[in-house]
Design a protein around this ligand. Sequence first.
Ligand SMILES: *[C@@H]1O[C@H](CO)[C@@H](O)[C@H](O)[C@H]1NC(C)=O
Ligand SMILES: *[C@@H]1O[C@H](CO)[C@@H](O)[C@H](O)[C@H]1NC(C)=O
Ligand SMILES: *[C@@H]1O[C@H](CO)[C@@H](O)[C@H](O)[C@H]1NC(C)=O
Ligand SMILES: *[C@@H]1O[C@H](CO)[C@@H](O)[C@H](O)[C@H]1NC(C)=O
Ligand SMILES: *[C@@H]1O[C@H](CO)[C@@H](O)[C@H](O)[C@H]1NC(C)=O
Ligand SMILES: *[C@@H]1O[C@H](CO)[C@@H](O)[C@H](O)[C@H]1NC(C)=O
Length: 647
Amino acid sequence: IMSLLRFGSVLLLFGCSLGAPRSFSVDYKNDCFRKDGEEFRYISGSIHYSRIPRVYWKDRLLKMYMAGLNALQMYIPWSFHEESPGRYNFSGDRDLGHFLQVAQDVGLLVILRPGPYICAEWDMGGLPAWLLNKKDIVLRTSDPDYLAAVDRWMGKLLSLMKPYLYQNGGPIITVQVENEYGSYFACDINYLRHLYKLFRSHLGNDVVLFTTDGPGISYIKCGTIKEVYATVDFGPGVDVTAAFEAQRQAEPHGPLVNSELYTGWLDHWGSPHFVLSSAIVAKALDKVLATGANVNMYMFIGGTTFGYWNGANDPYSPQPTSYDFDAPLTEAGDLTEKYFAIREVIRMYRKIPEGPVPPSTPKYAYGTVVMKKLQTISDALEKLSFSGPVKSEYPQTFIELNQAFGFVLYRTALPVDCSAPTPLSSPLNGVHDRAYVSVNGVAVGILERDKAITVNVTGKAGSQVDILVESMGRINYGHNINDFKGLVTNMTLGNETLKGWTMYSLNIDEAIRQGLLSETKPTASPQPAALSPPTFYKGSFIIPDCIPDLPQDTYIQLPKWRKGQIWINGFNLGRYWPSRGPQVTLFVPANILSTAAPNNVTVLELEEAPCSSGPCSVVFTATPILNATVQSDHKQHGRLFVRDGFL
Ligand SMILES: *[C@@H]1O[C@H](CO)[C@@H](O)[C@H](O)[C@H]1NC(C)=O
Ligand SMILES: *[C@@H]1O[C@H](CO)[C@@H](O)[C@H](O)[C@H]1NC(C)=O
Ligand SMILES: *[C@@H]1O[C@H](CO)[C@@H](O)[C@H](O)[C@H]1NC(C)=O
Ligand SMILES: *[C@@H]1O[C@H](CO)[C@@H](O)[C@H](O)[C@H]1NC(C)=O
Ligand SMILES: *[C@@H]1O[C@H](CO)[C@@H](O)[C@H](O)[C@H]1NC(C)=O
Ligand SMILES: *[C@@H]1O[C@H](CO)[C@@H](O)[C@H](O)[C@H]1NC(C)=O
């Protein structure tokens, strides 16, 4: 209801801008866009509101405006707004209407990309995991159950968006239908036609609808329909003339548009941090602008994939928490050399706004925080599993257990004595995505999708086997986006299928918010172990309110910690995995910190905390590290500058 009111008041506000009617259209005769009758070209940048705290939206948008951009391009992640069917959230950091309002206040037009699928290195490409309740659903096609869910969501979303269309007084000039559909195996043109009719029925006939695809005949063939304006996307290094010729195959006339000119690239855990020089980006931008084309730079600011929202590529390769992207504005919104290089290029084509560029926000090194050990997951099960255990003969997936993200604990018992090491296996590679195995509370090993399908266990018949399974993010691109989580196939012990499971769906975030986890009584000094069962740690630090301008942004670093999840004052910052890299620090925005009470840091360490031989700590520093050496165990994914399917 709050969000409806807010949308309502925006409508009134827009209603005041009387005068000449506002219009935005494609001019096929003169190969350009036309805004209020005048020839118009956009120079835009991508920003994802879902990766930036609301308090920083204005700062980031102002910096984009001051770089000389006249538009922004944005995705809407469906899963961010409809976490369970029919329950919508458009408030706080998800207040899409407010974001559009700020964009308009700042002076930026909006190129809207509402999906339903967006890719975007977002869990399942933005599709909500609950779509997988129908096991054999064919996503992104005319599958009737998929379409029914899309129709309901788009009915809600597009009616909220309608008042924000340019014609109706708002900032939205164009709306993208689907996303790089030509790269998807299904090539279901009836699905695109369905979306076209759906978008028209909610948004009317005046708005410019468009598609985006790679600059190749096969992409254009499966990604475009004649009713929707076709654009292309390509990075530096691609032949600009050839790429726009591909667009001309679909659109012999009308404006040239590169919907994604890459300013950098995404990272994966275990692959080197990607960097792309300012000079290359500036030159590529200049080449595109010199053709008279419209352009959107992807990303202008990448931001942070907080919580569990990151996606993964296929073969399974999850993305880290930072979505810095080596973009012109850093993850934290800081100005870079690339920002100013781009600004200088834009200046050759368009008047740059006068006045100062908003400065980078200051960062503060709060220093070291000592961490105390709390309970292990297995010890705290009753506090973490609000819905209680579920029993079944064979393991169930996250979705069957009605859980979308995070962790599920699978418990069973050894059916026989294993006096000699006996292989506990997922023979069909069904651990999605990583599992921490313990027997009678002692950690015995880690299973990982595509990488490790067996651990050896010993123990008497009846020993308790706990397998904590972590979802590390659903595949967001390609054939396999219907990515089920948990133990998705049977586990075996020796040659026997394990049976008799008790499964605990965990709501760790809620337990932390409610402060339910308690300390453990220190036992006789624990032996340093190679591996410990997944365990919580907690520390706190005070930010004095006598120091002016605090709290400020900061970065948290976890020296010698291995892998886990981290919360500050109940806010889920994301995953850390410095032992694999390349990301070492996590961005901590000032808005989650407090001067009124001690700040609480909660860490779930999944492998081994550096606390066995004395106190352990985390450190708040003023500089990010995103490019540490990686424990490189697989090749760099992504064929940069060829055809960039990933985005
Ligand atoms: C909606 O999302 C905001 C921002 O993430 C969050 O603070 C709020 O608790 C959510 N509301 C509900 C009802 O879940
Ligand atoms: C399990 O133990 C067997 C026999 O000791 C050994 O050959 C094998 O490498 C071990 N497997 C793992 C995954 O440790
Ligand atoms: C597990 O094994 C049982 C018995 O063979 C079988 O019925 C079931 O389908 C299997 N489960 C999965 C997910 O493969
Ligand atoms: C399973 O393994 C046991 C010994 O570990 C062996 O006695 C038995 O024959 C095996 N069964 C099958 C079906 O391979
Ligand atoms: C941190 O936890 C303490 C104890 O539970 C609580 O009193 C305090 O308000 C928390 N701090 C913040 C900033 O929420
Ligand atoms: C990481 O980036 C910093 C800052 O750009 C640079 O000084 C450093 O040399 C880089 N380190 C590695 C290992 O690439």
